[in-house]
Design a protein around this ligand. Sequence first.
Ligand code: SDX
Length: 434
Amino acid sequence: MADKTATLSFSDGTPEITFPILEGSLGPDVIDIRPLYNKTGKFTYDSGFLSTASCSSTITYIDGEKGELLYRGYAIDDLAHHCNFLEVCQLLIYGELPTREQHEKFNKLVLHHTMVHEQMHFFMRGFRRDAHPMAVLTGLMGAMSAFYPDSMNIHDPKQRERSAIRLISKMPTLVSMAYKYSIGEPFIYPDNSLSYAGNFLRMMFATPCEPYVVNQVIERAMDRILTLHADHEQNASTSTVRLCASSGTNPIAAIAAGVACLWGPAHGGANEACLMMLNEIQANGGVEKIGEYITKFKDKNSGVRLMGFGHRVYRNYDPRAKLMRETCHEVLAELGLQDDPLFKLAMTLERIALEDDYFVSRKLYPNVDFYSGIVQKAIGIPVPLFTAIFALARSIGWIAQLNEMIADPEYKIGRPRQRYVGEKLRKVKPLNER
Ligand code: SDX
């Protein structure tokens, strides 16, 4: 038995049971309750998984109290200032930052798989032009799962790596296709001479009619946006991907499930919802009306929340929000938008909320979504596409977490139980007696 244990005693005569306490390398210990049901016939109850560790992982660590985020042990601000997104992809997949030679090889590999199968274009034709990009991306992920029979066996590490590379390579192409389709412009093929972020910007904003020059400040900002959104421990969409993939299904199909989950406004859809909130405040009196909105955000019956604030784990500033605000300043200065009213409104809203006891007492701080919408809008990305870019970045986290789960000899198909509160056994009455 482990040297640290937890003993559960029951008032209903069930014999007490002792569980081992397992330590992590960082963060809370966990009580290993796996034998609980077999030994006591009882389940634990934790809807929303507020106190439940679903797995052991070596990928990302979050300290909610301190507002710290580590990818494979490296602090997010260290990575954001010293690495590019593809280096971070290698770190998340392989566990170590690449050497120059490894990075150049990976860069070449990724940039030479950026085209999608030409047949993928036909799936786009089925969508309305005004279809939400996250609906399109969910569909394209499902479609893409049919194209690579050579990487269906997720128990083969080589095939898992192939799926990861394909996903990193092709997501920018698919997201830019969703955008181009929505505005009726032709798809732009990848240009492998550009950086990963530069290639994405060109596929988004270039046209066949004239040369497109990548703005290096915007390129760096896009690269940072991708790094900040790459992974985040066992959030809702990552847990969805893990649970879906635990059945052994096609990994790209499991990513489609993650895209669908990320779409929600409580999760990845918050950046879109946050910008819509800022636009609404701006259109209805701006800074002068912030007090009225804050009152509404605090009123449970209003049905609206201060989007971009609060987090299940962070009880302090989301470190990504600070970095995103820094990127905001850089991009707005580069584009001569320092007086961007939405940015000023966001900073005023942040200051007022952080002085309001309702938010302070509940430890509600800005999260990554609070500023990401402003910087993406400044770059020229349409609001409905914000979450699709979040999905582009998070694909690396999803596939790294999926691959870690499949490689874990202890992994089983995920199958939670429930507390049943429905009808007890009853007999069916014939129709004429009901
Ligand atoms: C992401 O999990 C991840 O890691 C996600 C993510 C990632 O990288 O994958 O970080 C990305 O999803 C960031 C979060 C984006 N969502 C938003 O910005 C939407 C607004 N935030 C809230 O909906 C909320 O804060 C959540 C969903 C983010 C967290 O929800 P919790 O932990 O379940 O918090 P809760 O609902 O239990 O709230 C605790 C209290 C409640 O009040 P009381 O019942 O205690 O009186 O805080 C209140 C809530 O009403 N509250 C808010 C609020 N967030 C929480 N009140 C007003 N505005 C808010 N934003």
